[in-house]
Write a protein that binds this ligand. Sequence first.
Ligand SMILES: [Zn+2]
Ligand SMILES: [Zn+2]
Length: 137
Amino acid sequence: MMSTATIISQLKRSGDRLTENRLKLINILAATSQPLSVLELVKKNSSQPHKTTVYRELAFLLKNNLVEEIIFNDGIKRYEISSQHHHHLVCTNCKKISKIAAKKICHHAAAQLKKTGYIINNHSMEFFGICPKCQNK
Ligand SMILES: [Zn+2]
Ligand SMILES: [Zn+2]
């Protein structure tokens, strides 16, 4: 995962203004291992920015590939700091979201998809189940 320092230096290099809201958003996203929705991002921000401010900042970070957008099966968009290719494990009980690097699955899927004739540019994969913690309850 990109560190906050890397992101900030990247933004400075490209001459972008590092507004307080932008900086706070980056810090909040960097401090959590879970992808966050706009609502959660507003809640976690002590200065309680308006939702439109958060949307605007996210659009900027998405455009610069510093943040990725993920849509799970609940249809809610969540955001996380860009990182190496990975997938998500979602516990349907406690809603915890974990990352999993499962390159083998991707390679396997790519081989299968070649037959379709499509040029695949990107993909996302989410796995739903019960996490070990919930299994032991
Ligand atoms: Zn769980
Ligand atoms: Zn993959």
